[in-house]
Design a binder for this molecule. Structure first.
Ligand SMILES: *[C@@H]1O[C@H](CO)[C@@H](O)[C@H](O)[C@H]1NC(C)=O
Ligand SMILES: *[C@@H]1O[C@H](CO)[C@@H](O)[C@H](O)[C@H]1NC(C)=O
Ligand SMILES: *[C@@H]1O[C@H](CO)[C@@H](O)[C@H](O)[C@H]1NC(C)=O
Ligand SMILES: *[C@@H]1O[C@H](CO)[C@@H](O)[C@H](O)[C@H]1NC(C)=O
Ligand SMILES: *[C@@H]1O[C@H](CO)[C@@H](O)[C@H](O)[C@H]1NC(C)=O
Length: 474
């Protein structure tokens, strides 16, 4: 089979005619394609690695809508060093995966078509100036899980179309000013797990580092941040601040946020000021908080657009105020909330004032919550959702699902337990007293002694029996 027919086989039937025409009209281009096939071979199956596990996997896909060739090259898990790779990439290359190799620097590639470059899990420690400057179409660049400590001030020069940049799990401390400025349409910036990034991230982040104002997603997990100020007016939608030492939710965050993850931080009480400016928020994650104990009154009332809320595994959380969703003015406008997760918390009871909010949920997860099933909690039975909540108290229904406990079993003891104790003690004391009295009553009276004077009138008087003299008359 000739190269030309191979190409034709690849094209979808509908494109066949068009492609033929193109091939006929565009002679030089056809030659270029032929040359490129050798190039693909050179890149994917280099002679020196032929028949070894070091060759890459190259696969053709036809990218919609024109059935254009797009080449995906997967060179992951190969122990490549940077010098093993040729800089000129094959024509039509679309994605290049070089993750899990032994690259000690980011290779300098050139290609007009490369859209995605994955360099995760290597040993890159620095990015030089203009390292990716010859990848004019690059949209996504993944540099996470390396040991990058140094970024040249011009490291991301000439990447005007980049939308995703991931630098997670590196060793960045300080970022050069305006480092992100060349990326004019950057939409996602991931900087999580650079544990000493607190040295440069704090105030004025957008301005200092030239972050695109239209950024949509920002991830700053585990960066040791104690303070953060982002402009209120930028249209950021997703922010992740997991596993930082924040003691309050940062007070200056973009008002447009739709998703905020503040899990694994050091808040002890969720307060109204934590959520005051987040009226657009749809999702809030407050999971795995080691210290969070309570959700204060009004603290969730400003979240007018909230759809889902998770406190999963916040193991010390033991109180949610009945007015958590009620504004300080006393006004309750119900958010369009659909899901609340309390799985793995220590909450024991829910005030019935929460019922309008809980009543509209399609998911309420109470797995592992040690519920106190008394008369104050019986309202939970009228919810339509399956919560998987089980009773811990009282003992006679311990371990039973709320849904299978009868309403009348949610009873309240009218008096506290110690009163029952006192009553029993009192009864015992009364019995003891009664027994004592009976015993005392049966004993003869102290005044009525059996001792009587033995005297002349007494029946116990001494009787002297004398011999009968009449028998001795003679
Ligand atoms: C991809 O498809 C083209 C055209 O059909 C063909 O010439 C080329 O050999 C293919 N490359 C690979 C790596 O399969
Ligand atoms: C990673 O690079 C450093 C120097 O930057 C080197 O000391 C280390 O041995 C390298 N690690 C691996 C696994 O290659
Ligand atoms: C960054 O965090 C570390 C660890 O908590 C701390 O020792 C250091 O002082 C912080 N640096 C700044 C500038 O806040
Ligand atoms: C429930 O909330 C209402 C209103 O805040 C309050 O008056 C009541 O005392 C609460 N009930 C319990 C058992 O905490
Ligand atoms: C309560 O809410 C309504 C409409 O949401 C508003 O018109 C009213 O002024 C609010 N009342 C108070 C005391 O804020």
């Amino acid at each position: 089979m000739t190269r030309a027919t191979k190409r034709l086989n690849f094209a979808p039937a509908s494109m066949l005619g068009l492609l033929l025409l193109l091939l006929l009209l565009d002679g030089p281009r056809a030659e270029q394609i032929d040359a490129n096939d050798e190039e693909v071979d050179r890149f994917c199956y280099p002679t020196k690695h032929r028949n070894t596990r070091l060759s890459c996997e190259c696969s053709n896909v036809s990218a919609a809508p024109w059935g254009m060739r797009a080449l995906h090259i997967d060179c992951s898990y190969k122990d490549f060093k940077a010098e093993d790779l040729t800089g000129l990439l094959p024509l039509y290359i679309d994605t290049l995966d070089l993750s899990w190799n032994a690259l000690d620097r980011a290779p300098v590639f050139s290609s007009d078509s490369l859209r995605l470059l994955n360099l995760m899990h290597n040993n890159i420690s620095a990015i030089a100036a203009n390292n990716f400057g010859h990848l004019a179409s690059l949209r996504e660049l993944y540099l996470s899980w390396n040991s990058i400590q140094q970024l040249d001030a011009q490291a991301f020069q000439n990447l005007p179309h980049l939308t995703v940049l991931s630098l997670e799990h590196n060793n960045l401390h300080t970022l050069p000013t305006q480092i992100f400025a060349p990326m004019l349409v950057l939409a996602t910036l991931e900087l999580s797990w650079n544990r000493q990034l607190n040295e440069s991230i704090g105030q004025d982040v957008y301005r200092n580092f030239g972050i695109n104002q239209k950024l949509q997603k920002l991830r700053l997990d585990a960066c040791n941040l104690q303070e953060l100020e982002l402009p209120r007016t930028v249209p950021l939608e997703e922010l992740s601040l997991r596993r930082n030492p924040f003691e309050r939710v940062p007070s200056q965050l973009p008002g447009s946020l739709r998703s905020l993850d503040i899990s694994e931080n050091r808040l002890e009480h969720l307060m109204p000021e934590d959520t005051r400016h987040l009226s657009e928020l749809r999702q809030l994650f407050v999971e795995d908080m080691p210290r969070l104990r309570s959700i204060a009154a009004h603290s969730l009332a400003s979240l007018h657009a909230l759809e889902s809320l998770s406190f999963q595994n916040t193991r010390s959380l033991n109180y949610i105020d009945g007015n958590a969703f009620v504004a300080e003015s006393g006004n309750q406008t119900l958010p369009p909330l659909k899901s609340i997760i309390f799985r793995g918390t220590l909450l024991r009871t829910f005030n019935a004032t929460l019922s309008p909010v809980f009543g509209q949920l399609t998911e309420l997860d109470l797995n592992g919550v040690p519920l106190n099933c008394d008369c104050q909690l019986v309202w939970l039975k009228s919810l339509n959702v399956q919560t998987n909540g089980r009773c811990l108290h009282p003992a006679r229904i311990r371990g039973m699902l709320i849904s299978s406990v009868r309403r009348d079993e949610f009873s309240c003891e009218r008096w506290p337990r110690w009163i029952y104790g006192m009553i029993i003690l009192g009864l015992i004391a009364l019995c003891a007293a009664g027994v004592y009295l009976i015993v005392m009553g049966l004993r003869p009276h102290r005044g009525v002694t059996m001792r009587r004077k033995v005297g002349a009138g007494s029946p116990y008087a001494r009787v002297t029996i004398e011999p009968n003299r009449q028998e001795n008359v003679h």
